[in-house]
Structures are given as structure tokens and as C-alpha cells.
Design a protein around this ligand. Structure first.
Ligand code: GLN
Length: 531
């Protein structure tokens, strides 16, 4: 088992996750089996309780893990399905150590950060690695070197290097920022030098440095970093801003990173095969058509909150050779100014979300797309609101609502009895992959071309079974249901260009070259309507 550990310096948000994902893709292109682990030094046990405004999207795995959005990038780049153990947090580590202490597992000893916490970190890493059956395990350490929270993890990585045997079994990659200063646009290496110094103080010498910046590192700058940071010139690579994140593997390959990395890991170089990847990139970068898709959200000020939606649209873009321009519409703006901002939309997405804010704006957008026959896709909250809109405006149940937002006589979206008993907030929603049964003779069946599918979920509320008959009688069909038929999963309207919504999140399973079917359906319909 070989390890590649990626740390970050200078500042956060450098795109470490994309570096890790790209390295993974490159190793796969040489025929190696790869897996990835994300370490988040925060105290939350998982990302499930975190506000998207602070931390971006909560990504959901097949096993129901609510994890950091970087795991979404790993799944998309590596084309693997990960489990919740692939996201290690300080909260998870401490929880496990404290539970062991209470059981008496450390009886007699004083329980300390070194060795108990650091051992726990290494054990969790080793357990996941062994289960994964990979040749190379990529580990991304969240945060920035120098953060107090990262210290125990860096110390564990330092220990790991000695433990895993010969030096060739573990490689440290450090990503840093190389900013440009002044009118002449000089690239500056000092922040990199300082952050490497910080790493070395902890006992870690990087083997590879990835320099982020708006342009390629010049030869002189690479040489300077190499000299000051004691890393061979071949180990200094550029990761300039790219038009698409999916170009990054190609950019790194062209600089010889994979050859160097494999040599450093003592693995044979093998011939690279990036054919499929490049085939995906080509139409993505040179699209023939163009459409506008509006996303009517409530966290649109932080685009990371909708990262899987954006990536899924990129996958659809490549598949249909269409540039998809996203119109970001904040639902509350619709409440103030009406649907004017949707005028140029060829398709409308109402994504998932929680809480009352912006709900009426989203419902107005749904009404607008239903009445004007603009292709519409609702996801999770969007699915629930499409049902509420239909009940209010077609069935004329004026106070139809969800009990998540209001006490109402007509809670057409409500908690099922078993969910009402739940008190804890952590990991208690209906989560992860569940089977959905699709009705034949439906649009959903046409799209999936299958009766049985599995998609990922993250919700507490459901369509209230008491209203289903009335809704269906008025023309809205639930074409997808749970296996026990108790939960509604997909809805659709006839006599419309495309009006579909799902209780599940199709965006979590979308991959380059395998776009999520419902999103692809929306994009195709939007293209058609535009013509
Ligand atoms: N808030 C809704 C629920 O809990 C929808 C959740 C979502 O959109 N992910 O059911």
C-alpha cells in the first residue's frame, strides 16, 4: 500500500481537492487502483449539521454518509463510490477515543493527543485503506498548515511516514499559492517558502509542490522554489486557473507529474490512457450550442453550496455539446421582484434546501415554469414545493404547505410518524442510496429506461400519503415510488415541455461521461424548447 498525502499552505480554498482528484485520475490512467480519504480538522462528527453558507454543500454518499464536498470531487474524478469512513474529522476521532476510554480500553494510562489521538487517526486511515483494496491511497488534509486544529493530523502523517516502511511508500504533496505582484506581474515565492518552513518545523519535508496561481509558474520560479524548499525541480508543478476543473489532470500530466510521482513511489510508469477523459473534455471546452439554466436557490451567494448541481450540468454540457450558462436566482429576490429574472431561462432548477426562508419565491418560480411550460426540474425541497404549488394553484387548497415551515390544516408535505419521534439532529434524516420503482409509460421510465433505480437521499419530510389520490386525479403523476410504495419519489406533469421533480438528489451520482439522467432530460428539453 502506497500513500500520497496532500497538505495545503498559505490560504484555504486553493483547490486542494481538485489537485488530489486530478492526481487520482492520473494514477488511474496508468492502470493503478486508487482511493481517497479527506481529513477535516473540525469538531463536527460529520458535515451533516453544517450550514451550506459556511462550508458549502453537504455531499451524500451511497451509505448515507453526509460528508465534505471534496468527496464529491473524488467520486467524480475517480469514478468510485466512497463510504463515510473516507471522511475523517476531529469529532469522529475524539468520539471514538473517548468511547474507548469509557469502556476501559486504555485502563491505567493517561489518555493524550500523542499517542492516543494520533494512533486513532492512523488506525482509521489504515482501516479504510485496507478495505479499499487500492494500490495508492490519497489523503487530503483539510485546512492550512499552521492551523491549531491540523496539528494532531500532521503529527500522525509524520509518524505514518516512518511506519509504512521504505521511503518510497509515502509521498508528501504540498499545495501553495504563488501570487502575482506589481505592474510587471512578478510571481512571488515567499509565501510558499514560509509555508514549507512551517511544514518542516513539524518534521515533514514535501516531495512535490503544486503552485496555484492565475498563470503557469515560469521556469525561473520553479527553480527558485526548488532551491529554497529543497524539492527536485521535477517535483515543482504548476496548477494555474483553468477554464474547467476537468482540465487539471491533463495540465499536470503534461508537466510530467505522473512520471515523477510513480518513480518516487517506486511504481512502474506504464503508458497513460487519458483517451476517455479527453473525449469528455473536448465538447465541454468547445460546445456547439448554448442555453440558460436558472437555479432558484437560497444559498446562491456561496456557489459551493450547489457544487454538485454545477458539476452535473458540466457533465450534461459535455454530453450534449452545449454551453450551459447558469443564471443564479436568489429565491428571496423573486419574492421582492417577481419572476422577471426568469425571462431568459430555457430551463429552471429548484434545488434542495432547508428552512422557511425563500420558500414563497421558489413556489412562484415553479408556478411560472408550470404555467409558461418552461422545462423544470425540482430536487428534494424542489420536489416538495412542486407538490405544494400544485395543491395550492390547481387543487385550490390555499393553505397547502409543509409542516417544516408552518402549522397548517393542509400539510401536504409532512413527517411520517416514525420521523416525528426523532430528537437528534445528527445523521437522522432519510439518507443515502434507496431503491426507487419507476412506473412504465412514464417520462421517468423514458429517461431512465429502467424500472428499478437507486438514487441518493437526504430529507426528513415526505409527501403526505393522505393527499396522493387527489393530486394524481388532478393530473400530477407520481411515477417513482419507494419499494413499499409509501414514499413518493418522482413526480411529473403531462402536457408540458418537461416538468419533473425527484425526492432524491440525482446530482450526487452524476459523473463525467455519465450525467445524471434527470438533469440530462432537463437540458435536452431546454435545448428543444429554445429551438
Ligand atoms: N427540507 C426538506 C426535508 O427535510 C428537503 C431537504 C432537501 O432538500 N435536501 O425533507
Amino acid at each position: 500500500m502506497k500513500y500520497v498525502i496532500v497538505t495545503g499552505g498559505v490560504l484555504s480554498g486553493l483547490g486542494k481537492g481538485i489537485t488530489v482528484s486530478s492526481i487520482g485520475r492520473l494514477l488511474i490512467s496508468r492502470g493503478y487502483r486508487v482511493t481517497a480519504i479527506k481529513i477535516d480538522p473540525y469538531l463536527n462528527c460529520d458535515a451533516g449539521t453544517m450550514n451550506p453558507f459556511q462550508h458549502g454543500e453537504v455531499f451524500v454518499l451511497d451509505d448515507g454518509g453526509e460528508v465534505d464536498l471534496d468527496l464529491g470531487n473524488y467520486e467524480r474524478f475517480l469514478d468510485v463510490n466512497l463510504t463515510k469512513e473516507h471522511n475523517i474529522t476531529t469529532g469522529k476521532v475524539y468520539k471514538s477515543v473517548i468511547e474507548k476510554e469509557r469502556k476501559g480500553d486504555y485502563l491505567g494510562s493517561t489518555v493524550q493527543i500523542i499517542p492516543h489521538i494520533t494512533n486513532e487517526i492512523k488506525n482509521q486511515i489504515k482501516n479504510v485503506s485496507e478495505k479499499s483494496n487500492a494500490d495508492v491511497v490519497l489523503i487530503e488534509l483539510g485546512g492550512t498548515v499552521g492551523d491549531i486544529e491540523s496539528m494532531p493530523f500532521l503529527e500522525s502523517m509524520r509518524q505514518l511516514r516512518t511506519e509504512v516502511g521504505p521511503e518510497e511508500n509515502l509521498v508528501f504533496v504540498h499545495t501553495t499559492l504563488v501570487p502575482i505582484m506589481g505592474v510587471v506581474g512578478e510571481q512571488k515565492t515567499k509565501p510558499t517558502q514560509h509555508s514549507v518552513k512551517e511544514l518542516r518545523a513539524i518534521g515533514i519535508q514535501p516531495d512535490i509542490i503544486v503552485g496555484r496561481g492565475i498563470k503557469m509558474l515560469s521556469y525561473d520560479i520553479k527553480k527558485k522554489i526548488s532551491l529554497f524548499c529543497d524539492v527536485p525541480l521535477e517535483g515543482i508543478v504548476s496548477a494555474p486557473d483553468a477554464e474547467s476543473i476537468y482540465q487539471v489532470p491533463v495540465l499536470l500530466e503534461e508537466q510530467g507529474l505522473t512520471d515523477y510521482l510513480l518513480r518516487r513511489l517506486g511504481l512502474s510508469p506504464r503508458k497513460p490512457d487519458l483517451t476517455k477523459w479527453k473525449k469528455f473534455l473536448k465538447p465541454l471546452l468547445n460546445p456547439k450550442h448554448k442555453i440558460n439554466i436558472a437555479i432558484v436557490g437560497k444559498y446562491t451567494y456561496l456557489k459551493d453550496s450547489y457544487i454538485s448541481y454545477m458539476e452535473t450540468l458540466h457533465h450534461c454540457s459535455a454530453e450534449t455539446s452545449t454551453k450551459i450558462n447558469i443564471l443564479w436566482i436568489e429565491a428571496e429576490d423573486i419574492e421582492k421582484n417577481g419572476c422577471e429574472s426568469l425571462k431568459n431561462a430555457d430551463g429552471i432548477i429548484v434545488p434542495g434546501g432547508f428552512g422557511e426562508r425563500g420558500i414563497e419565491g421558489k413556489i412562484s418560480a415553479i408556478k411560472y415554469s408550470r404555467e409558461n411550460k418552461i422545462p423544470f426540474l425540482g430536487v428534494c425541497l424542489g420536489f416538495q414545493l412542486a407538490t405544494i404549488e400544485f395543491c395550492r394553484n390547481v387543487l385550490k387548497i390555499g393553505d397547502a404547505d409543509s409542516s417544516e415551515f408552518k402549522k397548517t390544516r393542509h400539510a401536504v408535505v409532512d413527517l411520517l410518524p416514525e420521523q416525528k419521534e426523532i430528537k437528534d439532529m445528527g445523521a437522522t434524516m432519510r439518507l443515502g442510496g434507496h431503491t426507487v420503482i419507476i412506473k412504465k409509460n412514464s417520462l421517468a421510465y423514458k429517461i431512465y429506461n429502467r424500472i428499478k433505480i437507486s438514487e441518493r437521499h437526504r430529507h426528513r419530510y415526505e409527501i403526505n400519503p393522505d393527499y396522493i389520490k387527489r393530486i394524481e386525479k388532478a393530473g400530477m403523476k407520481f411515477s417513482g415510488k419507494s419499494v413499499d410504495r409509501k414514499r413518493m419519489e418522482i413526480l411529473e406533469l403531462k402536457n408540458h415541455s418537461f416538468f419533473v421533480a425527484s425526492q432524491f438528489h440525482p446530482e450526487f451520482k452524476s459523473r463525467p461521461s455519465k450525467p445524471a439522467p434527470l438533469f440530462l432530460g432537463l437540458v435536452k428539453a431546454a435545448k428543444k424548447v429554445k429551438k
